[in-house]
Design a protein around this ligand. Sequence first.
Ligand SMILES: [Zn+2]
Length: 415
Amino acid sequence: MIIRARTVVTMDGPPIENGAIALSEDRIVDVAKFNEIKARHTGEVIDLGEQALLPGLINAHCHLDYTCLRAKIPPQRSFTDWIRAINAEKANLSPNGYVASIHDGFAEARRFGTTTIANLTAFPELIPQIHATIRTWWFAELIDIRAPEHAKELVDRAIESFGRARALWGLAPHALFTASKDLYRRCEEIARRQNALLTTHLAESREEMQMFHDASGPLYEFLKSIGRPIGDCGNETPLELFLDLIGSGGSPNRPRAIEVNRPYPSWIVAHLNELTENDFELLEKLNIRFHVVHCPRSHDYFGHGRFEFERLRSLGFNICLGTDSLSSNESLSLFDEMRAFRTQFPSISPEEVLQMATVNPARALRQDNALGKISCAGYADLLALPFTGNDALEEIIAFAGEPWMMMAGEVQHEI
Ligand SMILES: [Zn+2]
């Protein structure tokens, strides 16, 4: 099959005017000018006309569990109040309600051109009941605040659920304030052994910084009141604590012995809003780089401190976009997310913004050659949207409808 469009935005080189791709089953086998593709390949031609063809979008951080909480929680005075509010909402949800919520989330993400998603779920045991309609990396979101002695069993149970569902998977110790050191370490151990992905929430709110750095503030008081041990509070920033925990060999100030040639699991870190000057110095000296997910609209909803995009980028961190959940966002559209990012960072080029929803998250998921760009041997996960002939990248970011979509070589939305 051949697909032709007025321009092909490959994200693997400059756009190709009057471009086309050739497909075989679920893969792209060639991409070039239409006349070259026609000369080299035979088969049915789908001519999309005055459209821009681009890779499907990849959401690097989402919680489809909470799709049903759209517009349920107005912005709160504090992050801690929001945790209380979402806990109150969650108390009313049943397993069937979560399954329906996740299915609704898939439908919405797909409608807006997301073809791959990194989805955290607090209920890995429900995955065998879910029919995922886009490419999904399931991350078990693990919290052991009430039973840290069972960290190992918690991880093992999640992995069993993935196995039953034959899912693409990773592990997500939720955050430093809800997951024990043992839980983080167990997740890293498994990730290293099974080559699995890891993600976590880190340094998201001022209250998290206050809790760990100063042993004070609403989050500290709340967690202390429910019995969380507070021995790790009052000394270090969240980043320092995290670097002490992970297998990077420790932070530069506190090196830990590491085995030679031990592969470092690479973390996908969500948020990273609260960093001190000393944290930036640590990041600069660090011998690894992790992936960072920024969620522009959820960030606005919470009123977090400025996301230091330029500084993190110049240090070589791979920055991706995510929607977070609808308990702190209005839609699961990455087009909306890209536009919100451009409002926050107007000097960043549309090409770089689109990279954060295509090639960058593909790299975070270790799919550099398979997803996020239109290139030979990659999956035929594609979008097309109207193109007037001006600036394809600008028009893509401005797009507010439902794109034509192909998933794994199959047309999903007719134009
Ligand atoms: Zn999250």
